[in-house]
Design a protein around this ligand. Structure first.
Ligand code: FMN
Length: 423
């Protein structure tokens, strides 16, 4: 996936007891970065290594990073019966990198070293992050073993496609630590927090008519909003999609409200937001509209078109933010205000401007995204973004697909919903 800060996910693991199993692959050194990330997030990390793993990275590295001895031998300190004790202590176990050999042992239930013996004792959620050469990954035995683990409830993350050891390129690369941490946080959540939630998503651009033929519009395709609607729906939310004109197919399971102008979008959003849990404003709403709508097509010989007078459209986000402040101060009638997520289309990822907008409009989360690049913004399938949260979150998302960015945004929304439930 992408290289972005997952401060939020790491924070979700704070106070949790993590068992980190490392096996003998070239990516074993990346497990040190994962251990560091987890410790930084406030987790207690207990590392177990296969003898193969110690060929690549030493137990002392993990001991230094985690502040606890990293164990390797099943018969070291036999009186402690490590494999049973370590499994019982764990709130979550992660095996990264997981070699083809380790995955095969897990699938077969073998227990011939400390790591595989501990695995067979685990009752907590388990995440496995495979890493190996493409040939090993593609082998039928490995694929069957992975399918077996997934069927038994193990959460398999990756592998990624990319550069492998020895200069080869292909599927088999260990996913980055941030992605593993995000998967672990998701595995620990009791249920998907978005399941059953009412989510309003806006998408596309608006059209502000001048006459029956002409309008003032913008280049928004609606792809980001549609990706968000689809992702929320996939996570079990009841999604109301308020969409400007677009050629995109309606996402499965989503209820779509088609609008054309900013005023129509405002009316639809404010009505739906009354009993929504989350509002995501990904639409590019026109800031201005023509003051006068000409019922007849303006003849080009006439001068009016050369000087279309404009007036300001209402700021839907600001209205939602104000409503939210009112509801918070008035004791929540008709209920707690929805979480508010906004998008800012920018030609740079200006953090200060993003933060200012976040606070000024009373949002929980703002996604500042680039609209001036060939691979980001309007009408393309990829994007780059900077996520800023009212609680100080800052997460940069490098070049990624809009579907993946939707997943990242939904992860943050779910983390916020969990925080809200706990407060
Ligand atoms: C330099 C080198 C790199 C290796 N990298 C990997 C790897 O990335 N993934 C993998 O599954 N096996 C890899 N292997 C093979 C494993 O080390 C071998 O299958 C070993 O038995 C794994 O033991 P373990 O799963 O108990 O750690 C590599 C071997 C060598 C010599």
């Amino acid at each position: 996936m992408v290289g972005f800060a997952q401060d939020f996910a790491a924070k979700e693991l704070s106070g949790r007891h993590v068992l980190l199993g490392v096996s003998g692959g070239i990516a074993a050194y990346k497990a040190a970065a994962l251990a560091r990330e987890l410790v930084k997030g406030g987790a207690t990390v207990q590392v177990v290594l296969t003898p193969g793993a110690t060929q690549f990275v030493g137990a002392a590295t993990f001991a230094g990073l985690t502040g606890r001895p990293a164990h390797t031998g099943i018969f070291d300190e036999a009186h402690a019966i490590h494999h049973v004790r370590l499994a019982r202590e764990a709130d979550i176990a992660v095996f990264a990198p997981a070699t083809a050999n380790l995955i095969a042992k897990f699938a077969a239930g073998l227990a011939d070293d400390l790591v595989s013996s501990t695995f067979t004792c685990l009752t907590c959620p388990v995440v496995v992050a495979p890493a190996m050469h493409t040939e090993m990954w593609s082998h039928t035995a490995t694929q069957d073993n992975i399918a077996t683990l997934a069927r038994r409830g193990v959460l398999v993350v990756g592998p990624d496609e990319g550069e492998l050891a020895g200069g080869d390129v292909g599927p088999g690369r260990l996913v980055d630590p941030a992605t593993i941490v995000a998967a672990m946080a998701a595995a620990l959540r009791p249920s998907r927090p978005l399941a059953g939630q009412r989510v309003v998503v806006t998408a596309g651009g608006t059209r502000e008519p001048i006459d029956p033929v002409r309008y003032i519009g913008n280049r928004s395709s609606g792809k980001m909003g549609y990706a968000l609607a689809a992702e929320c729906s996939r996570r079990g939310a009841r999604v109301e999609l308020v969409s400007g004109p677009t050629w995109l197919p309606e996402p499965a399971g989503v209820s779509t409200h088609s609008v054309e102008t900013a005023l129509q979008m405002r009316d639809a959003v404010l009505e739906l937001a009354v009993d929504a849990d989350v509002v995501i404003k990904a639409a590019a709403v026109a800031d201005f509209r023509p003051t006068v709508y000409h019922r007849q097509k303006i003849r080009k010989e006439h001068l009016e078109l050369g000087s279309v007078e404009l007036e300001r459209n209402p700021d839907i986000l600001a209205e939602l933010g104000a409503d939210r402040r009112r509801r918070q101060s008035e004791g929540a009638i008709p209920g707690p205000a929805p979480l508010l997520v906004g998008f800012a289309a920018e030609t740079d990822l200006e953090e200060e401007r993003g933060r200012d907008k976040l606070h000024r409009k009373g949002m929980d989360l703002i996604v500042v995204n680039r609209v001036d690049m060939a691979d980001a913004g309007f009408n393309v399938d990829t994007n780059r973004a900077l996520l800023l949260g009212a609680d100080g979150l800052r997460a940069e998302v490098g070049l990624t697909t809009k579907a993946e960015l939707a997943g990242v945004v939904c992860d943050q929304i779910e983390a916020l919903l969990v925080q809200r439930q706990q407060s």
